[in-house]
Write a protein that binds this ligand. Structure first.
Ligand code: AMP
Ligand code: GLY
Length: 430
């Protein structure tokens, strides 16, 4: 089987690497990919414009691709999955309609209301005066979200009236996120611990991946602006057996069934961003794709044949009776970012130390490129270093041992990825 992976981030490197592990897979093509994907066995990069759907279909035909997997949300929302499926090709991605669960926060909120799926109360508006009046009536903190896609950065958790009013004005004026914020969602603050719950679904059956937790703020102690994710680990101990059952019963099953009942079955990856408040899960957001960086630590633990499960998920009912198995170990993923990220950052900085191996670790590339035989930075999130270990603490230690060998001018990483799980582990042993 030949597989095409669309995208160039750390998630796509992990997807391509994981798919290539299958004995059934002869080759994986990645477009545009990165220097990390092209260095994997059985993986080849191919340069294409991912907005050019006809060019992608041409490659699917000439390379005899059996399955296309779309990594990022943008090409899904732009209809690449719909196009390939309509042309008779197997493509693992939700339809653009189903992808509104991610692409439109008001669509997601309305859907959750219809299906009684627990989430924060929300007020949706396009009007500055209405938004400001609502905020003046509200308690703090309060959460202000751009309606559309904003690369994980379109959310402000405001702790004061001024901060909230500024966020509303910045978003609705179009200054902050352009059209993505021409409508905003103002949401009650959920006080709890976050976790990521990702499933593979054929629209009817779901196979849950191992649980994980992301660290979105840029600095240690969860300080500073939100990013796409500065690190993640798996499993997330906040999801114990009881919380796991509640997530499946109250959130995952009604979401998959609700989309099916509304004739919009949701196929592919469904990522539920959760807040666990006193043992009860609430939806913070839906994503119709794998998480980045969650894919890196989660797929490192996967034992089952990922490629074959992905292929099966493209057929209605294809996942019936199947399972995903995970190793018992823990994994921790550290994101190495450019100085300045998530704001403006420099690129083309030479990266040193990429080959300094530490056993049990793996480096996934994201914002890198090759320049005259050297690997240089080419994005905000540059690399993800993942390590496995018997505990989160040991996995973390090993991941940092590898991460610290990698250098470029101004490299930034958080130094506390996994801190909540490690605190729990220490509590247990004392
Ligand atoms: P989102 O893009 O909707 O996932 O939001 C980004 C981040 O903002 C989340 O990962 C949370 O840390 C935070 N956040 C979003 N909504 C809420 C909420 N209702 N209460 C508390 N924090 C939130
Ligand atoms: N790590 C968060 C996301 O992929 O949206």
């Amino acid at each position: 089987m030949k597989v095409l992976v669309i995208g160039s981030g750390g998630r796509e490197h992990a997807l391509a690497w994981s798919v290539a592990q299958s004995r059934e897979v002869s080759e994986v093509l990645v477009t545009p990919g990165n220097p990390g994907t092209s260095s994997e066995q059985k993986v080849r990069n191919i340069t294409l414009n991912i907005s050019d759907h006809a060019a992608i279909e041409e490659v699917v035909k000439t390379e005899s691709i059996d399955l296309t997997i779309i990594g990022p949300e943008q090409p899904i929302v732009e209809g690449l999955g719909d196009f390939l499926t309509e042309q008779g090709h197997k493509c693992l991605a939700p339809t653009t309609f189903a992808a509104q669960l991610e692409g439109s926060k008001s669509f997601a909120k309305e859907f959750m209301k219809r299906h009684k799926i627990p989430t924060a109360n929300a007020f949706v508006t396009r009007n500055i005066d209405e938004a400001c009046a609502h905020i003046r009536r509200s308690d703090f903190p309060i959460v202000i979200k751009a309606e559309g896609l904003a690369a994980g950065k379109g959310v402000v958790v405001a702790t004061s009236l001024n901060q909230a009013l500024n966020a509303v004005r910045n978003m609705l004026s179009g200054r902050a996120f352009g059209d993505a914020a021409s409508t905003i969602v103002i949401e009650d603050y959920l006080d709890g611990e976050e976790a990521s719950f990702i499933v593979l679904t054929d629209g009817e059956h779901t196979l849950p991946f191992a649980t994980s937790q992301d660290h979105k703020p840029v600095y240690d102690g969860d300080k500073g602006p939100n990013t796409g994710g500065m690190g993640a680990y798996s499993p997330a101990p906040v999801i114990d057996d009881s919380v796991y059952s509640k997530i499946m019963e109250r959130i995952v099953s009604p979401t998959i069934q609700g989309m099916q009942e509304e004739n919009n079955p949701c196929q592919g990856f469904l990522y539920v961003g959760l807040m666990i408040c006193n043992g009860d899960p609430y939806v913070v957001e839906y994503n119709c794709r794998f998480g980045d960086p969650e894919a890196q630590p989660v797929l490192m633990r996967l034992q089952s044949d990922f490629a074959m499960r992905c292929l099966a998920a493209t057929d209605a009912g294809g996942l019936k009776g199947q399972q995903l198995k995970f190793k018992k170990n823990c994994t921790v993923a550290i994101v190495l970012a450019s100085p300045g990220y998530p704001g403006k950052y420099k690129t083309n900085l030479p990266i040193k130390g990429l080959n300094a191996n530490v056993p049990g670790t793996k480096v996934f590339h994201a914002g890198t490129k090759e320049d005259q035989g050297r690997i240089v930075t080419n994005g905000g999130r540059v690399l993800t270093v993942v390590s496995s270990g018997p505990t989160v603490e040991l996995a973390q230690r090993n991941a940092y041992a590898r991460a610290k060998k990698i250098q470029w001018s101004g490299v930034h990483m958080r130094t506390d990825i996994g801190h909540r799980a490690i605190a729990r582990e220490r509590e247990k042993t004392t």
